[in-house]
Structures are given as C-alpha cells and as structure tokens.
Design a protein around this ligand. Structure first.
Ligand code: FES
Length: 258
C-alpha cells in the first residue's frame, strides 16, 4: 500500500456525466495497478488539511489504464470540479485484482443502476485475449455512454423489466459473470441479479457469478471495519479481500444458496 501524491495533467469529458483525469504519479509503481484494484483519493496537499480528517474523507477512484504518454488515467463521475495542476493524495492499490477462470471464452459484465467503470477496465485485457465480452446495462446504467469502449464489446441495454432480446442465451453461454450495482442497496440488487441468473440456469455454480462491491471505504487496509461483508466462510473486508466476491458465498438472503 502506497501513500503518495499525483498531479492532474489533463481532464477530458467522456460524456455528459463522466470525465477522465490523467494523473502524473509521484510513485510510478502505481502504474502497475491491476483491473479490480482501486485508489483512495483526496484532492489537495496534506499541508492544506486538518490532520485528523486525512484518513477518512477519500473517494474511491478506479484506474482505467496507462495512456500512451505513460500517465495513469482514471474515470470519474462529474461530481467535483477538477483543475489541471491540482495535487491529489492517493492511497493504493486497494483490494485484490480480478480473478478469471482458465479457458475463458465468454464473459458477461452487468452494471445495474451504476456506471460500469470498475468492470469496463477489464475489457481491453479480455478483448486482447480473444474473450467475447458482453456488457449488459440495466436501470440507470443504460444512460452510460459506451463510445470509448473497445468496439468488440457487445452492448446490451435491458428494458425496465430487466429483460432483453436473447436473454435465454446470454447467461447460460457465459463462462463467468461480473456484476456491479448501485451503492444504495448492494445486497438487494445483487440478490435480484442472482435470481435473474437462476431463472436462466438450473443452478449457479461456484466461481461463475461475482459481485464487485463498491461500499464506502475509509482506511482501505482492513483496520476500521467500515466495509465488512457477511459470507458463508465468515466476515470478509471489501478493501482487503474484495472488491470481487463469489455471489454463491455472499449471504444475500435465506432463500438463496439452498
Ligand atoms: S475500509 Fe477500513 S476495513 Fe475496509
């Protein structure tokens, strides 16, 4: 875990709701950050803040790759005002990289009521390995503009009833499914998706459906208990054990995983 700084070098508008920032890193080793890992970021220099707040008011940023100018790029909602030259404090990498099954042919990524950014970071890697990728956008995620994603990625938008043409084929043909949902009710939405998958498969095997959790992270190192998750093998911490968890192992509700 690095506690370091970066400077914003460039700001691009991705679409109406998202921007990308290019970050010149003080510690270049953070450029090796892998899909699935994130950064806890705070605008401003350490000298500009009251010390006791420093650990607890960071945003989670998801890197989307290193540019041809060798700087790290992150994708963010347009919530805050950023300026070229601004200093950012960074803690990271946070969490474990995504794990893929061997002999992977088809992956389905699902974003439900949230931007798919933490999932879309894996698309260049998968496409370059000749894996077929489908990105399924549901609810508010349907308004996410996908123009900047690799053209090989199949984009599907579900209707308000969470249905789409060919849905009987999408889930059964996937070797692995990764899902991300709105943070207002992560367990409830993952439960909905789990039931949706069960409607198209006789069972959900282990190592097939993964939820990527975005719960609020404070310390990022497993010491504050802000991000605990109940699983069938005990309490896990999203910041150190996650962000991806096998949904067959997460306690989503009493009637599931019978
Ligand atoms: S953020 Fe503190 S334990 Fe995970």
């Amino acid at each position: 875990m690095k506690d370091t700084r970066a400077r914003i070098e460039r700001i691009d508008l991705l679409n109406e709701r998202f921007i990308s920032l290019e970050l010149a890193l003080e510690d270049p080793s953070l450029k090796m950050i892998k899909p699935g890992q994130s950064l806890l970021a705070r605008l401003g220099d350490r000298s500009e803040e009251f010390p006791s707040w420093a650990l607890y008011t960071r945003e989670q940023w998801w890197p989307v790759g290193v540019t041809d100018r060798d700087v790290l790029r992150v994708e963010l909602p347009r919530r805050n005002v950023y300026e070229v030259g601004q200093v950012v404090q960074l803690l990271g990498p946070v969490g474990q990289p995504f794990r893929f099954r061997p002999r992977l042919h088809r992956v389905v990524l699902i974003a439900y009521n949230t931007a798919p950014t933490p999932l879309s970071v894996m698309t260049p890697l998968l496409v370059s390995n000749k894996v077929n990728v489908t990105l399924l956008l549901m609810g508010e995620a349907r308004s996410y503009n996908t123009r900047h994603l690799p053209p090989e990625v199949e984009i599907i938008k579900a209707n308000d009833r969470l249905e789409w043409p060919d849905m009987v084929r999408t889930m059964p043909e996937a070797d692995q499914v990764f899902a991300i949902v709105g943070r207002d009710d992560e367990l409830g939405r993952f439960k909905e998706l789990y039931q949706l998958m069960l409607a198209h498969r006789s069972e959900i095997p282990e190592n097939y459906a993964f939820g990527v959790f975005q719960s609020t992270l404070l310390c990022g190192v497993g010491s504050c208990d802000a991000c605990t998750l109940h699983t069938r093998s005990g309490i896990k911490r999203i910041c150190t054990d996650g962000p991806m968890f096998d949904l067959t192992a997460v306690r989503l509700g009493p009637q599931l995983h019978s």
